[in-house]
Design a protein around this ligand. Structure first.
Ligand code: BDR
Ligand code: CA
Length: 317
């Protein structure tokens, strides 16, 4: 019997850490990337789409199609809030990579997701590395598609702390209504890599040099986007060890390559869609104080050595 690779769709707002995740997934990850769908998030939709095309071209995978999705959140934040300290520092409007020879497909990401998930005879895994606007829109327009998805792996949220605000992580803060829709949409399995886990696995300059030394096109492109990302992260969100940063989105791909990289618990998670200080906060019921049934497999910690191994493995020739 021929074993098929797991089929995945990457929903991205590329974004320097998304770019690393794309290179890993499209490299030697053992995963088949059916497409990238793009959404507004780190940058406007046109830029996240162009950056996604650039990354796929730079790593020698222009064959992976790109579908542009939604350029606005379900519901923008109702309260004024100062721009984040990281604005413009970590994610390049134009990645330092040549323009792609390809353009985005003419079908919208939402239409493509619905048609593909309706037609598939194999389960598909969604890897959502951005605000959940596209996924919520598709699941709202065609609720039956959730049955075709064996797992949705999300980078988002934080139990202990936020990064966009003291309470909220960026991807959830950018479209909390969409996140709430996704958490309640009835997916067979929702797995979340929140800040609690991504901050356990940092990438530093020594690791970038190990990546660069692999000598592949994918490794060179990843090293280039990480140079900028780590400098920006260091300037805006310094970690305990200088010149290092959590490459959040990469942990989702790492988890699909090696599920043991993260310590998961099944918990009830809700999103604050109305609060002021807590707008976009994920509340994780670790002590079973509410009545809600667990709806999410939440990563509470992650293993640095296992993470590094998956990054290097995926980017080898
Ligand atoms: C998440 O927000 C974005 O800025 C990153 O690309 C990542 O998906 C981290 O909070
Ligand atoms: Ca992202």
């Amino acid at each position: 019997m021929v074993m098929m690779n797991r089929q995945i769709v990457l929903d991205v707002d590329t974004g320097n850490d998304d770019a690393v995740a794309i290179a890993m997934a499209a490299g030697r990850s053992g995963l088949d990337v059916l497409a990238c769908t793009t959404v507004r998030g780190n940058l406007p939709l046109e830029e996240t789409t162009d950056n996604t095309l650039r990354m796929l071209g730079a790593i020698g995978r222009p064959d992976i199609p790109v579908y542009a999705g939604l350029g606005r959140p379900f519901a923008p934040r109702p309260y004024p809030f100062a721009p984040g300290r990281s604005a413009g520092l970590m994610h390049e409007s134009v990645l330092p990579l040549p323009p792609s020879t390809r353009t985005a497909e003419s079908t919208s990401a939402i239409d493509w997701l619905i048609a593909t998930l309706r037609a598939t005879t194999q389960p598909i895994t969604i890897v959502a590395l951005a605000p959940l606007t596209n996924i919520a829109a598709a699941a709202t327009a065609a609720p039956e598609i959730v049955d075709a998805i064996d797992e949705i792996v999300i980078m988002g949220g934080g139990h202990e702390f936020g990064n966009r605000t003291p309470a909220a992580e960026f991807n959830i803060y950018a479209d909390p209504i969409a996140a709430d829709v996704v958490f309640q949409a009835g997916f067979q399995r929702v797995t979340v890599m929140p800040l609690d886990a991504t901050h356990d696995v940092v990438t530093d300059r020594a690791m970038i040099e190990q990546i660069r030394a692999l000598g592949t096109d994918g490794a060179a492109a990843v090293a280039a986007v990480l140079d900028f990302y780590i400098a920006g992260h260091d300037a805006s969100h310094p970690m305990d060890s200088p010149a290092s940063a959590p490459v959040h989105d990469a942990l989702c791909v790492s988890y699909l390559m090696d599920p043991e990289v993260v310590d998961l618990r099944h918990v009830a998670v809700s999103v604050d869609t109305t609060g002021f200080q807590n707008f976009g906060r994920t509340t994780v019921d670790v002590n079973h104080r509410g009545n809600a049934a667990p709806n999410v497999w939440w990563g509470f910690s992650a293993d640095q050595a296992r993470f590094d191994r998956t990054v290097l493995e995926s980017l080898r020739a």
